[in-house]
Each structure stands twice: as C-alpha cells, then as structure tokens.
Design a binder for this molecule. Structure first.
Ligand code: KG4
Ligand code: ZN
Length: 365
C-alpha cells in the first residue's frame, strides 16, 4: 500500500445509504474527498418509524449508485482505492447485509483489501477525524438508534460506562413529536416548537436520576408526555399551538437534564481513569440540538473539560466515518476475508454486558 491511503467507505445500517472516499495517513490524519448520503426519511415518514424491509430494499437500490458517485466526486477510479471499509454491524440486518455484500463483491472483483467496521466505532472515532482529539477521550453517542457513553482509549479499544436501557433519545424525540402533532423527524420539530414553550408547565420525570451510574431510560418519559397530552385533550378537547410548544419544551428540558446529569457522572468516571486533558465529545443526530449542546458545554465548563461536537453532517450517519475508522484501525488489525458477516448486534466494548434495548430504530449494541 502507498504511504497515503485512499479508502472507500460504505454505510447502510439504518435509514441512510452512504458512500465516501477519504485520503489519509496511518498516523490518523485524513481528509474527506467525497461523501454521499441518500436519506430514506420520505420512504418511512408515513409509517411513523423505520420499516426494516423498506430500508433494506432502498439500500439495495441506492448503494451502487452512491459508490459510483462517491468515486466520481473524489475523482478516483477503483484502482486508486487501497481499502474498502464497510459497516458490518450493529444495525438493521437487511441493510447491513446489503452493504457487506456490495463491499465483498467490489473487494473480490478488484482485489482490494476489505475491512468490516463497527458502526459505533465510526461515530466514536469521528472527533479524531474532525478535531484530532488525542486518546483517551469520553464520547456520548446520542442518535435515533444509539445512546451510550464510551471512553475511547484507542482505535480498537472502547470502554462503555453507561447507556440507555430502552429507547434512544432521538427515537423518543420522534415519538413525542408524533404524539403532539409535530412533523418528522421529531428532533428538529420539537426544538423549534420548544422555543415558544414554557418548560415547567408539565411535570415530566427525569428517569434513572435517582439511581447511581450512567445508565439512562427514555421510554417512561415518552409515556409521561403521552399522559400529559391526554390530560390536556380531556380537559380542553384538543391541543393548542401553545400546548404543543409547552409539551415540546418540557420534554426537551427533561432529556437535557438527564443527559447533563449522566454526562457529569460519566465525566467523573472518566476523570478517575484519565485525569489529564479531559474531553467530552458528542456524536449522533441529537447532538444537533442546541439546548442539549448548551447543557453539555456547561457540564464541561464545570469540570474544566474540552467539549467537542463535530459538524452535523459528520454527527449523523455517514460513510466517511466508516472509512476513517478503518484507516485508524488498519495498523492494529488484519483485513477481512469473504467470510465477513453482517451482525445486527455488535458491542464495541465486549467486556461490558450487552444493552438489550427494544427501540424501533435498530439494535442497541
Ligand atoms: O444520527 P442520526 O441521523 O441517525 C440515527 O439515528 O442513526 O439521528 C437521527 C435522530 C432522529 O431521531 C432525529 O429526530 C434526531 O436525531 N435529531 C434531533 C435533532 N436533529 C435530529 N434530536 C433533537 N434535536 C435536534 N435538533
Ligand atoms: Zn449511527
């Protein structure tokens, strides 16, 4: 392999079909040459959640064209690609299989080394791609499908210090938005509505704050929002714009409080292990929420820690992070052969017990 490596990344674990090309060195510095993300939001909108079968079919339709476009945008042909990186899990199995099959076919036909990558490693290593954050650092992954705290110690070494025991926060944002009559995706809709709302009008719970540790739960909060909505409907016959705004603000405030307190605890755990250069990084679609970013920034300020939030396009699902994870891991692992399999569950930290979340958006590894 030449000193500077071009890596093609492929991602299809949830509802975004993505392909990207990065160019980088084995020391971890890299630039993104192209990044294609084809969203399936419209296909799933009427079903109120991601339908795995529809997602898998859409990935099959869009994967090859996404790869062709990513290569064209990078101005490279396959013979200039040194490695192919593909999400091998965790995720909705039909989509992951589609990506892995494409990657295997490309690797075999072009004699290019193949690397199966854990999707969560892609998210967790992104702060190194965007901000060159040194190991170790603490990451909070918060999206529609994931919610966990990880201490990233190296490209293949992660310690999970907590996570959701049920829904991911993005999933809860989406469900609550639907309950109160706001559009999908629910996160941005709730954030916008909350700007005009009174967060203290409805008394919503802060689940698991009364228990020690960094585990979280968002399913009860969603049910509490449903009850609050129903009470208003029973009393007044329906929801006004102000009721929607107050419910949105109350829900967002509750999620922010939980994430802030659990981040505080995770940071304290992290500081016990690595007191120098504390950094908290966030990744995932929910990291776009300004109210949540602000409380996390404040927690970092209190503990004199750096706060890093990658640009939104690299917080949400993309293939550049998969290509980058392979680049970062390449010196420490071997390539995969044609036996590479797709896995719905794939914990990053195999020493911690598996989180068996039951959320709609896919597996919680
Ligand atoms: O990372 P992502 O694009 O996909 C996966 O779930 O893997 O995250 C999408 C999630 C959705 O649930 C969406 O509602 C949420 O991120 N989201 C937000 C915001 N923007 C997107 N949640 C809260 N506030 C936002 N501004
Ligand atoms: Zn993701």
């Amino acid at each position: 392999m030449s000193e500077k490596l071009n890596i093609l990344g492929i991602e299809s674990s949830c509802d975004d079909t993505a392909a990207a090309v990065i160019s980088g060195h084995l020391n971890g510095s890299a630039e993104i040459l192209s990044s294609i993300v084809v969203s399936q939001t419209d296909l799933h909108a009427t079903f109120g959640g991601v339908v795995p079968e529809i997602a898998a079919r859409a990935h099959v339709e869009k994967l090859d064209v996404s790869v062709i476009k990513a290569l064209a945008d990078a101005n490279l042909s396959m013979d200039k690609i040194d490695a192919i990186a593909v999400t091998a899990g965790p995720g909705l199995i039909g989509g992951v299989v589609a990506g892995v099959m494409l990657a295997k076919g490309l690797a075999a036909s072009t004699q290019t080394p193949l690397y199966g990558v854990n999707h969560l490693a892609g998210h967790a290593l992104t702060p190194r791609l965007t901000d060159n954050v040194p190991f170790p650092y603490l990451v909070l992954l918060v999206s529609g499908g994931h919610c966990q705290f990880l201490i990233a110690k190296g490209p293949l070494s992660f310690l999970r210090v907590g996570g959701t025991i049920d829904d991911a926060p993005g999933e809860a944002f989406d469900k609550v938005a639907r309950l109160i009559g706001l559009d999908q995706p629910g996160g941005p809709a709730i954030e916008a509505a909350a700007l005009n709302g009174e967060p203290k009008r409805f008394k919503l719970p802060r689940p698991l704050l009364d228990r020690s540790g960094c585990d979280m739960s968002f399913s009860g909060l969603k049910t509490a929002a449903l009850r609050a909505r129903d009470q208003v409907i029973v009393q007044d016959g329906g929801l006004t714009k102000q009721d929607q705004a107050d419910l949105a603000a109350g829900f967002q405030h509750a999620v922010s409080d939980v994430l802030a307190e659990k981040s505080r605890r995770a940071l304290l755990e992290y500081l016990k292990l690595s007191p120098a250069q504390p950094t908290l990084c966030v990744a995932g679609g929910v990291a776009a929420n300004m109210a949540i970013r602000n409380v996390l920034k404040e927690v970092c300020r209190e503990h004199k820690a750096n706060f890093v939030a990658p640009p939104l396009a690299l917080c949400t699902d993309n293939a550049a992070m998969i290509a980058y994870a392979a680049l970062a891991q390449l010196p420490y692992r071997s390539s995969d052969d044609m036996g590479l399999s797709a896995k719905p569950r794939m914990p990053l930290d195999t020493s911690s017990p598996t989180m068996l979340g039951h959320g709609k958006k896919g597996a919680k590894a």
